[in-house]
Ligand binder design. Structure first.
Ligand code: SF4
Length: 64
């Protein structure tokens, strides 16, 4: 099972991950990132990989 983690010290709430994988990532009303599925299923993995690579502060990591 793949696992995605957020380094809260690095996340700046840019929302890039939300735009690329909205089923997994969402910014709440305070701009705090909510991870809906820390163990994304196969159908979400490509979008999650894109989000991990596109995060401007490298706050996301994916263990596969
Ligand atoms: S793309 Fe990175 S910095 Fe932006 S909200 Fe997502 S985890 Fe945070």
């Amino acid at each position: 099972m793949s696992r995605v983690e957020v380094d809260r010290d690095r996340c700046v709430g840019s929302g890039v991950c939300e735009s690329l994988a909205p089923a997994v990532f969402e910014l709440d009303d305070d701009g705090v990132l909510v991870v809906h599925s820390s163990e994304p299923d196969e159908g979400q993995l490509d979008a999650v990989r894109d989000a991990v690579q596109s995060c401007p502060t490298r706050a996301l990591s994916l263990t596969e």
